[in-house]
Design a protein around this ligand. Structure first.
Ligand SMILES: *Cc1c(COP(=O)(O)O)cnc(C)c1O
Length: 464
């Protein structure tokens, strides 16, 4: 054990991690990165198959972004947005408004994805008070939704293993059926088209009777990533947009995971021509360099907060590091790379490699469903793929595969029975090919162990 591993185990409490298992097992210390590779303190190289938890876009140590941050560092690292302006946050706001769907015209900065959601929830709640409809207080969310880990974000979240324990702390929401066809268990709904009808009818029925008390609906568009890359039927977000507009309910779209190119378009909303009332951004917003969140809104919402100071219509919310100049400078540089290198236009051949491998994996014995949306993929394991009987929680199979993949030089991470694959957009088709071949090798090795009935035990502390 090197000195950093020892120090870590002595002093650090890791996120989403059972520390008992963590401390008992050997852990990697990442020392540096270059492009899509991470290097540990022993010099061993690993592909970054999850974009350093879904944040990295253009690779590590991108010269343009490094330089933009260094240049800003020579001016000032931080100055507040409370009462003062800084250049990078103004520039990034202008760029974000340029690239997000038409109609989103204002940017409220915060620190991360959770706070971008917190701000959206509070803005939606307060908006209706300013509009003279204070009874509109309820939020509609989706089954298996994930919007972050702060208490407000957990309130609009719906993942039992993460959220159940906090129930007494949370405000109530109206939960709609999780829009994942593969996981749907609705009698008589046998096709994806029927499932889409079911989802939209369920929503319309609820709105018809209750929209007078609903402030907003919040969704992750196209893909519910943290739930295990659950994919929505085509037409779903368009349908949700039409219904929320028809029944005068705000639509908050959480693009923290799907934004910045992950679905094959710059934003998932673009796939179905949707413009929400609010959009939450983080993760890829600084290309994975620094923490930053943004809540984008329409003029209609922004204008509802205007008035004299004595009207108390101010949005009383803000964080110390809001609009941090270093983070915003990284954000501007990241967006410039999208443009300069036609990053989105160059994705299709990379997505095709993922599609090919999903097909291969779907024919593997313990793969229930390998699915993809653009540059996002989830490989869901099943002990019995016909009967859809999972491995977890009895056997942390997916976690065991992720641990095994490290041996082959690939970092990936699972969520329950789902292996998440989310490479940086900068990965070449060849690099993606290599990463997925390594993953298949790890899957094969672990599947064979299971088949041989050897005494398999996975106690990966990173898995749950
Ligand atoms: C990661 C994520 C969040 C939370 O973002 P943090 O920066 O971790 O607070 C919120 N919503 C979605 C969809 C996410 O994937």
């Amino acid at each position: 054990m090197n000195q950093w591993e020892a120090m870590d185990k002595e002093y650090v409490w890791h996120p989403f991690t059972q520390m008992q298992g963590w401390n008992e097992n050997k852990q990697l210390v990442i020392d540096r990165g270059e492009g899509v590779m991470l290097y540990d303190t022993e010099g061993k190289a690993y592909y970054d198959g999850i974009s350093s938890l879904w944040v990295n876009i253009h690779g590590h140590r991108r010269r343009e972004i490094d330089e933009a941050v260094k240049k800003q560092l020579d001016k000032i690292a931080h100055s507040t947005l409370l009462g003062l302006i800084n250049k990078p946050s103004a520039e990034l706001a202008q760029k974000l408004i340029e690239v997000t769907p038409d109609g989103l015209n204002k940017v409220f900065y915060s620190d991360d994805g959770s706070t971008a959601v917190e701000a959206a929830v509070k803005i939606a709640f307060q908006y209706w008070q300013h509009k003279g409809r204070p009874e509109k207080q309820q939020f509609i969310n989706l089954g298996d939704s994930y919007h972050g880990d702060t208490v407000g974000a957990v309130s609009v979240g719906n993942i039992d293993v993460f959220h159940k324990v906090y129930k007494p702390l949370l405000f109530n929401t109206k939960k709609m059926t999780c829009p994942s066809f593969y996981h749907s268990k609705i009698a008589g709904v046998d096709t994806e088209a029927d499932f889409l009808d079911f989802l939209l009818s369920e929503l319309e029925e609820y709105l018809k009777a209750n929209s007078g008390k609903v402030a907003a609906m919040i969704i992750e568009p196209l893909v519910q990533a943290a739930a295990g890359m659950l994919m929505q039927p085509k037409g779903y977000i368009k349908g949700v947009r039409e219904l929320t507009r028809k029944y005068d309910v705000l639509l908050i779209v959480d693009e923290v995971a799907t934004g910045f190119g992950r679905t094959g378009k710059l934003f998932a909303c673009e796939n179905e021509g949707v413009c929400p009332d609010m959009m939450c951004l983080s993760k890829g917003i600084t290309a994975g360099y620094m923490a930053l969140g943004a809540t984008m809104t329409t003029d209609e919402i922004y204008n509802a907060f205007l008035g004299e100071a004595s009207d108390y219509k101010t949005f009383y919310h803000g964080h110390s590091y809001t609009g941090n100049p270093l983070a915003c400078a990284a954000g501007v540089a990241g967006l410039e790379i999208f443009e300069k290198e036609s990053v989105i236009e160059n994705l299709p051949p990379k997505m095709a490699v993922i599609a090919e491998h999903m097909q291969t994996m779907n024919s593997m014995k313990y793969v229930g469903n390998a699915r993809q949306c653009g540059m996002l993929a989830g490989i869901e394991l099943m002990r019995d793929k016909e009967l859809k009987i999972p491995f977890a929680p009895a056997l942390l199979m997916a976690g065991g595969i992720c641990q095994t993949a490290r041996k082959y030089g690939l970092i990936v991470r699972n969520i329950g029975d789902v292996i998440i694959f989310m490479p940086p957009l900068a990965s070449t088709a060849q690099q993606i090919e290599t990463m997925l071949a390594l993953l298949e090798q790890a899957m094969q090795e672990v599947f064979e162990k299971i088949d041989q009935h050897s005494d398999v035990k996975f106690s990966d502390p990173c898995a749950f």
